[in-house]
Design a protein around this ligand. Sequence first.
Ligand code: HEM
Length: 438
Amino acid sequence: MAERVSLASISLPQSHTPTFMASAAAFGGATAASARLLPSAAARATASLSSSSASSFSFKCLRSSPLVSHLFLGQKRFSACASNRRFNSVSAPKCFASDPEQLKSAREDIRDLLNSKFCHPILVRLGWHDSGTYNKNIEEWPQRGGANGSLRFEVELKHAANAGLVNALKLLEPIKDKYSAVTYADLFQLASATAVEEAGGPKIPMKYGRVDVSGPQECPEEGRLPDAGPPSPASHLRDVFYRMGLSDKEIVALSGAHTLGRSRPERSGWGKQETKYTKDGPGAPGGQSWTAQWLKFDNSYFKDIKERRDEDLLVLPTDAVLFDDPSFKVYAEKYAEDQEAFFKDYAEAHAKLSNLGAKFDPPEGIVLDGPSNAAPEKFEAAKYSSGKRELSDNMKQKIRAEYEAIGGSPDKPLQSNYFLNIMIVVAVLAILTSLLGN
Ligand code: HEM
């Protein structure tokens, strides 16, 4: 039986709920703040905020919304098949875990959400915390953990590492409700990859079709995600990420996701209450960010933790170790210098992380941006014309005879002005004849 959770029953830290509620008001000032943090978002924000300011994201409404109850339902998943038929019967001849057309539409809705709420960081953290429970030493699904949508259940949301992520679920809830043939596991990963891309990060080579776990009894036990301040950060990171089958390079690249977002003392216990970079939001103000422009995905995380130039910027023990450990340091130095190298490695590592432990239906996954979205094929006229036809022998002989009659031969091409000369002679003769005739 699926566990059903009401928001009221999720015990948030005392200070947490008011902070979150305050974010609704903060969205009002989001346009100005976003211009500082993410220039490209500012223009879109003006439009989207003006259209959505009436709703202004009232969490009070959300609390009482009947939609909320849907969010945490374990088994309230439509058959993707049934829903496919209603949604788009032509493009979905076969039923998979998620419907490709609904995935694409959900991605558009996620983009709108990002542009109005500036929630990129928390959606990235949501995707990572669903997949980061994977244990490569366990073969069975779902016991092995990973990207299977288990993070929607209260039992897992209450793990200390997941403090605050209920807010990410609340943001995604209307989208999940609208696209019932998209699994939670896919929605979490879709939201995370879209957030990275929309924040200016690399395109992630994602695939979809993740199957959801069906109940809270299938959630992983607490303690699979990393601590920010363990006694020995390097070996702790290796213990946790090697268990997921990830390498030193992937640990460093993925840590670069902290270019986005903030740490809040009332959630994780880490970070300052507020800094000059976070006091104006957007979103709920406060917390401490790793970078100055914490809604922009770039390599400034590596530059900033290397230089440690500003006490308002956060450096967790697990961040600092990336420049202390000799193996991690190779990659951290490289990414601080070369954003392109960081983007390339990040995109590969993110895609791998998003697939950990997932059971795909179809087994090969669903790719949303297939060849149809690729650059148009180069135009080749030959492709569109009918095939070249050989002349018959008779016709060839006839043409050759005519050609030779005017002085040409296969070995001696005609002079280019030959015809012109003939025409001039003929014209002159014609004029003379007519003059003489008169
Ligand atoms: C290397 C081990 C990691 C540790 C110890 C760690 C720890 C943390 C902590 C303590 C926070 C603050 C949470 C809060 O107070 O709200 C945080 C936030 C965040 N983490 Fe990590 N993290 C790690 C890896 C990752 C990875 C691999 C990703 C993504 C690929 C990631 C993405 C984020 C993001 C985007 C935020 C900001 C969330 C927000 O602003 O709401 N982290 N992390």
